[in-house]
Design a protein around this ligand. Structure first.
Ligand code: ADP
Length: 721
């Protein structure tokens, strides 16, 4: 590749050099037209400095083939090679290298280093070679040097830019540019031919009209860019040189060398100036294009951002709509459930209420001040303190609360609110907000109340019905109990009055009548006793009493009946110290009743035991039997008046259910206590009577002895059962 380029460079250099030397008038080897300099600089800038052998050989061949002087040709070739290498080094160092035509300052620097400085090397070395080899007289040296220098300079500034730009700038012309370029070249050629080429008689008059070509060159500079401008400049320069050599144009009238120097100076200066100008224009155009590109990039970016923004807005709108829908659903649900929600910002003391809460409180969002004070003001005065306490406690301990309070609406109506709330704290645990819900439970509570009331009414009705039933049963039972002895009395009395009974039978009849009358009297006494106890009208005839004696007499009284039914009756314990202060008749009634019950509820062959003990300050009498026993659940109730384990009309035992009630009343009236014990039905029963004990020395006289009538009447009750 390199070799091919070197060879091509040699060929082109040689051809251009031949053309240049053909115009050498002052000295065979020094031409005012030297395009090879431009070719060499362009080649080395574009393809690298190592193409220098092409320059050296081209230059040598041109000179040797023209003058035949080997030494001079070698010197000139050296000068030309150094010139090209120096130009390239300087342009690379100071003028931006191959991109020297992109900035106006670089164009001017290119002109300085490649157009002014480098040719001085070639001119100096070349002229020195000519003088040293005797081909040029020293006296001529300065004139030859100037020609040489100017020729190379013109070659550098006119030819190199055109070649470099043609190679580096490969842009296609638009068709409009192509047409304009053709027109420009046509005009250029025409004007150049008219001014410099002898096409018009104007050139005969030798007017200094070279400047006429300037507007055309500027035209290309402003409109068609550096590349077209530099090529146009090359064309104009070529025509100008050609015409001038033929004696035409403003410079044609001088000696050939002089006129070439002038025309080269002219074209060189114009070339540099317009190149700079074209560069400025191009620069501006590039900047504009850059600006436009940036604007369009920015516009595209904006467009993308706009699209993003629009879709973001759409997304937001969708989210907003979804939020609104869910809010609407929440409000609806709250309205259905009569639930409202709230939030209290503690720092600002502002309260937010949902729509439903305003409805529950019967206030309007517009007029109701949303503050804690305004809220607590609406709470029922009786509940206010409690509610405030609940809130304060929640703030203090951070626990959620659930409570109920009443609310007074502005119209005076009252609502019941089920309130729940909880505290929200910041990172340091300080309460910042409270939030919660309130549910209007007025109707619920009213319904509860009604249900409760209904229930109570039902219970009361059932109780009344049961009481009624009991009363009926009670009346039936009393009637039956009173009727039984009366029937016996009536029956036997009728038989007596009919005179159908003989002596012994009549005597038995009278006995039965008496016993039944006594039994009935006893029943009535019991009834009267109980009503007297209820009225608190019983007076006790208190005196020292020997409990042992009383118990023994009572036991003796039941002995005959017990014996007839095969029931054993036992007495145990110490009697001598069993003394108390009491009404002996009433105490006889107590033990008579207990023993009567024992006899009544103990089947044949059973056992009745009475134990008397003194325990410290107490006398304890235990009456036990092996009878039917008592259901433990009934142990407490059996002392109630009219209470019977079996109160049905088909019961096996008679009685009014008053015996134990009388026992308890009397024992308690004596400052004692009575209790029942039983291991259950069929396991017998025990009744334990405790009475305050008194020492024998406390008694001024003998304790009251037992009067048999009390035991007898108690036995009557048992008998009738
Ligand atoms: P009554 O003997 O006239 O029914 P009481 O007041 O003396 O009335 O007794 C009430 C009830 O207590 C009796 O009906 C009976 O059910 C129960 N009761 C009393 N004493 C005994 C006993 N020793 N054994 C079993 N049950 C008894």
């Amino acid at each position: 590749m390199r070799l091919a380029r070197v060879l091509a460079l040699i060929a082109v250099y040689f051809a251009a050099g031949k053309l240049g030397l053909s115009l050498a008038f002052l000295d065979a080897s020094a031409s005012a037209v030297w395009p090879p300099t431009g070719i060499a600089i362009a080649a080395l800038l574009l393809f690298g400095r190592d193409l220098w052998p092409g320059v050296a050989l081209g230059a040598f061949l041109v000179n040797i083939s023209t003058s035949g002087a080997v030494a001079a040709s070698l010197g000139i070739a050296l000068g030309n090679t150094l010139e090209a290498l120096a130009a390239v080094a300087l342009v690379n160092a100071f003028a931006g290298g191959v991109r020297a035509f992109e900035r106006a300052t670089d164009v001017l620097r290119f002109a300085m280093v490649a157009g002014l400085a480098a040719p001085a090397i070639s001119a100096t070395v070349g002229v020195a070679s000519l003088v040293l080899t005797g081909l040029t007289l020293p006296s001529n040296a300065s004139a030859v040097w100037l020609t040489w220098w100017l020729g190379d300079a013109a070659g550098a500034v006119v030819v190199a830019p055109a070649l470099i730009l043609l190679w580096t700038d490969r842009r296609q012309l638009t068709s409009a540019q192509a047409i304009e370029t053709s027109l420009l070249f046509g005009a250029d050629v025409l004007v150049a031919l008219v001014i410099f080429g002898g096409w018009s008689t104007i050139s005969d008059y030798n007017y200094p009209l070279a400047f006429v070509s300037i507007p055309l060159v500027l035209w290309s500079a402003f409109r068609l860019g550096q590349r077209v401008t530099s090529v146009a400049m090359l064309v104009v320069s070529g025509i100008a040189v050609w015409g001038t050599l033929r004696g035409y144009g403003p410079y044609g009238k001088y000696s050939p060398n002089e006129s070439l120097l002038l025309v080269q100076t002219f074209t060189g200066v114009v070339a540099v100036t317009t190149a700079a100008m074209a560069t400025v224009v191009d620069e501006r155009r590039r900047l504009l294009a850059q600006l436009e590109r940036r604007v369009s990039e920015r516009t595209a970016q904006l467009h993308v951002m706009n699209t993003d923004l629009r879709s973001e807005i759409a997304e937001r709108e969708r989210a907003q709509a979804a939020l609104q829908a869910s809010e609407a659903r929440l409000l609806e649900a709250q309205a259905v459930a009569h639930v409202g929600s709230w939030e209290w910002d503690i720092a600002t003391n502002s309260i937010w209420w949902s729509e439903e809460l305003y409805k529950i409180y019967g206030v309007s969002r517009d007029t109701f001040p949303a503050s804690y004070e305004a809220y607590i003001e609406r709470v029922h005065p009786d509940d206010r303190q409690k509610m405030h306490g609940v809130v304060v406690a929640a703030l203090a301990d951070g626990h959620p609360y659930t409570t109920e309070h009443r609310v007074i609406r502005p119209d005076g109506t009252e609502r019941i609110l089920a309130a729940r709330g909880r505290v929200v704290t910041d990172e340091s645990g300080r309460p910042t907000r409270m939030l919660g819900v309130g549910q209007d439970v007025t109707e619920l509570r009213h319904a509860d109340d009604q249900r409760h009331q209904l229930h109570e009414e039902q219970v009361a009705r059932r109780q009344a019905e049961a009481a009624n039933r009991l009363k009926d049963e009670f009346l039936a039972m009393i009637s039956h109990e009173l009727r039984t002895p009366l029937n016996a009395v009536l029956g036997w009395a009728q038989m007596l009055s009919a005179g159908s009974l003989d002596g012994p039978a009549a005597a038995k009849a009278l006995k039965v009548i008496e016993r039944n009358a006594q039994a009935q009297a006893r029943l009535i006494d019991d009834l009267l006793d109980v009503s007297r106890f209820a009225a608190g009208q019983v007076a006790l005839d208190m005196r020292p009493v020997d409990i042992g004696g009383i118990v023994k007499t009572a036991l003796d009284a039941i002995e005959p009946v017990a014996g007839s039914r095969g029931i054993r009756a036992e007495l145990s314990g110490s009697f001598s110290d069993a003394l108390t202060q009491g009404d002996p008749e009433r105490l006889s009634q107590v033990f008579g009743n207990l023993l009567a019950n024992a006899l009544k509820f103990t089947p044949e062959g059973g056992l009745i035991r009475v134990a008397v003990e003194t325990l410290g300050s107490e006398v304890v009498v235990r009456v036990s039997d092996s009878g039917r026993g008592i259901n433990p659940a009934d142990l407490k109730r059996i002392f109630e008046p009219f209470w019977q384990a079996d109160s049905s009309s088909t019961r096996t035992h008679g009685g009014l259910g008053l015996g134990l009630a009388i026992v308890r009343y009397l024992v308690e009236a004596h400052g004692g206590q009575v209790r029942a014990e039983s291991d259950g039905t069929g396991k017998g029963a025990s009744f334990v009577v405790t009475l305050p004990r008194q020492g024998r020395s406390d008694f001024p006289m003998d304790p009251t002895p037992w009067r048999g009538s009390e035991a007898r009447s108690a036995l009557d009750r048992a008998d009738n059962g």
